[in-house]
Design a binder for this molecule. Structure first.
Ligand SMILES: Cc1cc2nc3c(=O)[nH]c(=O)nc-3n(C[C@H](O)[C@H](O)[C@H](O)COP(=O)(O)O)c2cc1C
Length: 198
């Protein structure tokens, strides 16, 4: 089993989402000690700007060296997710959305003809047969409310890419005092056990 772990918190040691994602990986490796791990830990990925779009939409044979280098950065992330059997993401809520590095990663791996394609029946995701675990951390409580834009967004984009087996683990209320924080983390650990057993 190949595991791909994506951490998107801006924080290093203090990050709850990274810790929870790492816990998920540990539990998966307990079940499969041979599992390999590829880790993307807060690695900055360039934003999808006009230069990047120009590179992506230029045929490979006509790209300048700079354009080829820019596309190669995205290719590396696509290679990683194609090779993964399981994807584990640590995702804090930042200003009601996902952290920008995670958005940049999603922009990089979403490529027509490679990770999805359009057919006569509509779009078809090409990243099939993988499991996804998402460890969500929030200062407040937003689960199942309209303010939780993260889960609908991630579900939509993952489904579009063919990633339909997605498990969410929530740690909420982390900014609401020490007791609330401890309760949230304990609950998240229980959710991890349920998710990896599913
Ligand atoms: C820049 C920033 C923006 C945040 N925005 C929100 C938010 O919109 N809603 C929320 O519930 N918590 C918000 N928080 C709190 C974080 O989601 C919370 O601290 C979480 O634990 C951060 O994840 P981490 O521990 O992995 O770093 C924000 C924190 C930061 C640093």
């Amino acid at each position: 089993m190949n595991i791909l772990q994506i951490n998107s918190s801006a924080r290093r040691e203090a990050s709850h989402s990274t810790r929870l994602a790492t816990r998920i990986v540990e539990r998966l490796r307990d079940a499969d000690p041979e599992a390999t791990l590829t880790l993307r830990d807060r690695a900055p990925h360039p934003v999808l700007d006009e230069t990047a779009l120009g590179a992506l939409f230029t045929p490979a044979s006509q790209r300048t060296p700079d354009q080829a280098a820019r596309v190669a950065l995205d290719d590396a992330l696509i290679d990683e997710i194609q090779a993964a059997d399981v994807v584990v993401l640590g995702v804090p809520m930042y200003n009601f959305g996902v952290p920008a590095p995670l958005k940049n990663w999603i922009d990089a791996i979403s490529r027509a003809g490679v990770t999805f394609r359009y057919t006569e029946k509509g779009p078809e995701g090409l990243l099939k047969g993988k499991k996804v675990y998402v460890a969500l951390t929030r200062g407040g409580n937003y689960r199942n409310t309209p303010a939780d834009t993260q889960v609908p967004y991630l579900k939509t984009v993952f489904t579009f890419l063919g990633l339909t087996d997605v498990h969410f683990v929530y740690a909420e209320g982390l900014s609401l005092g020490a007791t609330a924080e401890q309760t949230a983390i304990a609950s998240a650990y229980e959710q991890i056990e349920e998710a990896v057993a599913a």
